[in-house]
Design a protein around this ligand. Structure first.
Ligand code: GLA
Length: 750
């Protein structure tokens, strides 16, 4: 059994072959944290890890006691996991162990997305009940451990068992006390068009944090944080990950105290948050997913990838091969009509594209971003037959049809705003701030969510729509909902996200065959919460191949290939003005869910032949590119960032594709090699190079190579002869296709 309780030492041990998580009920009833890390033998003797000195706190104020779920006001002066304001105004809290139970599987969290099991034997859950009698508060801590994954999922629920309201001021989903501070904090930060760049800093005294107060997880930071040792690499060393299954305001923070211990916590951002807990009611915090690796960052990512791909994403599209789309946004922006769309779609179909996606501009009177959000009926001037008409014509071409919506938004110039001006978020006594000429709808109000469900159900029900790109292009200002009394305005941001989840839930249940792709001005809400409903997201509005190397690399620290939509766009690139070769743009976009975001009609015959070849290449390896194991080889964030390399490997290691990218070429390169990982050392692989050509790199690598050679010596990625650099140029991409021969080599390694 993965979860045991030793009643003598009152120690809980959650373990599988990869990890152990240990807690103990201390003598005074407080829940102490003992250990999270690599697997320890099943034994009842770990109670001693808590040490005799932790028996009572009252005379040892500020000692670095490792707490499982710390609270404020009782002698632990570090940041708390839970702050509850009580009827007398006090926030001191001292919850004690009351009881626990263990059950097979794991439970869902009401109103919130979470990881799940498909059978009760996949995971086991420990539910610990803590009680604080003076506050009339019960806290339930949930810990789930999967039989074969290196993760612990955690969530909490607080219940008011008294007769007066309480206010939850801070409810972290997880807090973890680590015995030292010798860690680097890795986080994914950036901005619009350069999302999720890898940032690293040594932990130092005091607190260091990332978070969001925008109403969405944001482009700026991602609800994901890693602590790794300085020497931890992709392939070796220790790392902890904390990831929050949530799409709203979050906080991820590490605090180093005077004893150089570290407390790391993740959850809803307490800033501006206050939830009134009426007698008899419960507050549920989102799920936190804690992963551990002692085999480097690569193994940590593997854990998140498989869990989020297979047990967070849901529905028929979770496992189904994702279609190659052509999206008209950068081809036309708002300027199109039915004939133009059909021209694009026809041309795309000839290239092998599988789905046509109609982006912004199809509804209301939308010819720019200044109007019509909220009016989700077709612009008849552009689409005389409505959405149904264009969708049916696209289908008649042999393509599936997808559509863009931005349900959470409204323009002041729209019928929806005329009809319901009070549905737009704003403080009644203040002007509303516009962003991209639009306001945000109050998703905290049930009638708004009901209305949107009605309108969007009609849209999806009437036309043959196979895909929805759900966008969200601005953050929230003047947060306020007239549906909430003054004392409950602190609930607004969380209720907004609950409303978004409710709409997603209802639409995905009503239209299970539709593939949802999330988007928020590119990757502004690319998080595990949304991934439950939309198994893929628009990774970034920046489609420049060089920029995408960093964006996709950073995103891959937590998120699987199947979640990253990646499109080939025209040059000069619309975000950076850079011109990269078509093959390079494709060579980067292959590693994810491939699509095109350009005007195929404008391509030359040579370019059309190249795109057609790219699509064939991708289709033949779609499973590898979308669901293979990603192995990161050379980081764009290290060594000046001139080179990036990664590979995707099949589960049986019989197939792999390696991508190697160089930003700028240099003269007189020496013969350079790229060592691979994750192959079968005994296998023989047939190596072929893409794009195929009569060049020195193809000549040096093509043919049969041993897995041992590929991993110990590597592929040749710069010419054998310095003068051959002339073949290269700037912004190059080369893919190496590896296919294992049927029989192992007779003299391969033991
Ligand atoms: C956002 C998206 C783009 C596109 C536009 C349309 O910026 O990220 O992909 O859909 O909106 O307005």
């Amino acid at each position: 059994m993965p979860i045991t309780f030793d009643s003598t030492s009152r120690t809980f041990h959650l373990r599988n072959d990869q990890i152990s998580y240990l807690m103990r009920v201390l003598e005074n009833g407080t829940l102490g944290h003992l250990y999270f890390g690599g697997s320890l033998a099943e034994s009842g003797s770990y109670g001693r890890l808590s040490g005799g000195e932790y028996l009572g706190l009252s005379n040892r104020l500020g000692e670095p006691v490792p707490f499982e779920f710390p609270t404020a006001g009782i002698g632990d002066f570090r940041v708390p996991a839970l702050t509850i304001e009580q009827p007398n105004g006090s926030t001191a809290l001292d919850p004690r162990y009351a009881s626990h139970r263990v059950f097979g599987g794991k439970s869902a969290i009401p109103g919130l997305p979470s990881t799940y099991v498909q059978g009760y034997d996949e995971a086991e859950t420990l539910e610990i009940l803590l009680a604080d009698t003076p506050a009339s508060l019960e806290i339930r801590l949930f810990y789930s451990i999967y039989a074969d994954r290196a993760v612990i999922t955690r969530s909490i629920r607080c219940r008011n068992v008294g007769s007066e309201p309480l206010t939850v001021r801070c409810a972290m989903s997880a807090s973890l006390d680590l015995p030292d501070s010798d860690w680097e904090m890795i986080h994914l930060s950036g901005a619009w068009a350069r999302e999720r760049h890898v940032r690293a800093r040594r932990l130092d005294a005091g607190s260091q944090s990332i978070g969001s107060l925008r109403g969405a997880s944001g482009h700026e930071h991602n609800p994901f944080l890693v602590l790794k040792r300085a020497h931890t690499t992709e392939e070796a060393g220790e790392a902890f990950g904390l990831s929050l299954v949530y799409s709203g305001n979050f906080l991820a923070e590490a605090e180093v105290d005077q004893f150089r211990t570290t407390r790391v916590r993740i959850g809803i951002n307490p800033d501006g948050f206050a939830w009134v807990l009426d007698p008899g009611t419960e507050f549920c915090a989102p799920e936190a997913v804690l992963a551990y690796s002692e085999a480097g960052m690569g193994a940590l990512s593997d854990t998140y990838h498989s869990l989020y791909r297979d047990r967070l994403a849901r529905g028929v599209w979770r496992d189904a091969p994702r279609p190659i789309v052509l999206n008209n946004w950068e081809a036309t922006y708002f300027d199109f009509d039915e004939a133009r769309l059909l021209e694009i779609a026809t041309s795309a179909r000839e290239l092998g594209v599988e789905m046509f996606v109609l982006d912004d501009g199809w509804f209301g009177r939308r010819d720019s971003d200044a109007s019509s959000l909220g009016d989700w009926t077709a612009n008849k001037a552009k689409l005389p037959g409505g959405v149904e008409g264009i969708a049916r014509q696209i289908e008649a071409l042999g393509l599936r049809f997808g559509i863009w919506i931005e349900p959470e938004m409204v323009n002041q110039r729209s019928q929806l705003f005329v009809d319901h001006p009070d549905w737009a978020i704003g403080v009644p006594t203040r002007p509303r701030t516009e962003g991209r000429n639009q306001l945000v709808l109050d998703m905290a109000r049930h009638e708004v969510v009901d209305y949107l469900f009605g309108v969007l159900s009609e849209l999806l029900g009437k036309a043959p729509i196979s895909y929805v790109k759900w966008d969200m292009n601005r953050n929230i200002t003047e947060p306020f909902s007239p549906s909430l009394p003054a004392a409950r305005q602190g609930e607004f941001y969380h209720r907004y996200i609950l409303g978004v989840y409710d709409l997603y839930e209802r639409l995905t249940r009503a239209f299970p065959q539709v593939l949802f792709e999330s988007c928020a001005g590119g990757g502004g809400r690319f998080d595990p919460g949304i991934l439950q409903f939309a198994p893929q997201g628009w990774t970034s509005d920046d489609t420049d191949a060089v920029e995408r190397l960093r964006i996709q690399w950073g995103t891959s620290l937590c998120y699987p290939l199947s979640s990253m939509a990646a499109h080939v766009s025209a040059v000069p690139n619309h975000q950076t003005g850079r011109s990269t070769p078509l093959a390079t743009r494709a060579g980067v976009a292959f590693f994810g869910v491939l699509g095109y975001e350009l005007d195929p009609v404008a391509l030359t015959d040579e370019e059309r032949a190249a795109v057609s070849d790219q699509i064939d290449y991708y289709k033949a390896r779609r499973e590898l590119f979308q669901r293979g194991r990603l192995v990161r080889l050379r980081s764009p964030f290290e060594g000046g960032g001139n080179e990036t390399a990664w590979m995707t490997v099949s589960a049986d290691a019989k197939r792999a594709v390696v991508g190697h990218y160089r930003v700028l070429n240099g003269p007189h390169r020496s013969r350079e090699r790229l060592r691979l990982r994750g192959l079968d050392p005994k296998a023989s692989y047939r190596v072929s190079v893409w794009p195929a050509g009569d060049d020195p790199i193809s000549a040096a690598n093509s043919g049969i190579r041993g897995g041992d050679e590929l991993m110990r010596l590597g592929l040749v990625v710069a010419p054998e002869s310095p003068s051959d650099s002339r073949y290269e140029g700037d912004f190059t991409a080369r893919l190496f296709d590896l296919e294992a021969e049927a029989t192992a080599r007779p003299n391969g390694p033991a």
